[in-house]
Design a protein around this ligand. Sequence first.
Ligand code: NAP
Length: 311
Amino acid sequence: MAADSAGYRPRMTLLGALHPARRLGGRALPPIGLGCMPLSTRRRPPEEQAVRTIHAALDAGVRLLDTADAYAPDESEVGHNERLIANALRGRSEDVVVATKGGHVRRGTAWELDGSPQHLRRACEASLRALQREAIGLYLLHRPDPQVPYAESVGALRELRDEGKIVHVGLSNATVAQLEEAEGIVPIAAVQNELSLSYAAPLANGEVEACAERGILLMAWSPLGGLRAAAEAPGRVDAVRAAAEAHSVSPQQVVLAWLLSTSPAVMPIPGSTRPETIRDSLAAADLVLDPDELRAIGAAADYAERSEDSS
Ligand SMILES: NC(=O)c1ccc[n+]([C@@H]2O[C@H](COP(=O)([O-])OP(=O)(O)OC[C@H]3O[C@@H](n4cnc5c(N)ncnc54)[C@H](OP(=O)(O)O)[C@@H]3O)[C@@H](O)[C@H]2O)c1
């Protein structure tokens, strides 16, 4: 297959042979990224295993790593996940987009919000230091702060972009209305929202469609249903289990292949703490389900909206 104009060449390896590249701004990226949050929770793996997991993802072709300043066991280790990524990337030659976020703060182990421009500036500058980068490839507002007008939070990201500290601006946990408001302030390259079989609302409420229409990357967080559910939940859905058996692959791979098929804007960012699981997940980029399988899985998805406080 030919390389596209931005240099991404689909390969018959773990990543990207069959599902098209995703786009971040002008850049083509392999269709699945690595969610790094589980590498910095209270149950995080040893650092050596975490680094091996990131390297396994890179070796398989991953070029987007998702993190946040708040991905840490608690307040005392804010920036843990970003520092881990900086360590893992040291000496590697791949051109990797590191997507990080600001706007959540930790108090002890609790998650709180601060979307004020002052906090976002401090957070972005701390992320630059933790990542040891001169500019952040993609910086997202982690979550709207009800105490701060959205335009003020987004305006802070525009200033940081104008100063060259951010290459692309993104939003996380954003509605279509918030996306439209933000677009009036600064170009938005990515939206990162929850999207999985058990929470497929973005496919019904216009979020995926709005991103696809505008050429915005929709990063699907907790694509396997989240840390606690990912090992078991996909296999409990009949249509997923049937497709997994038919293709001799894991139910998790089937769910990721289904997500990839929902829109060329969608990039799942599965979390992983082991090379085995991330390699298995990445093989979804080479799995094409037939229309009947896709229909059956889509019919089993839960499109209901819910309000939930999540990281
Ligand atoms: N923007 C936001 O507000 C927000 C919120 C939550 C998450 N996120 C981002 O989204 C990423 C993904 O979400 P998540 O980590 O919460 O949930 P997830 O991706 O749905 O599930 C992660 C879990 O899936 C397991 N897993 C991965 N691939 C597997 C496979 N092929 N077979 C079996 N198990 C597999 C991993 O197990 P092992 O540990 O055994 O490898 C891991 O514990 C996060 O890492 C974070 O970067 C963003």
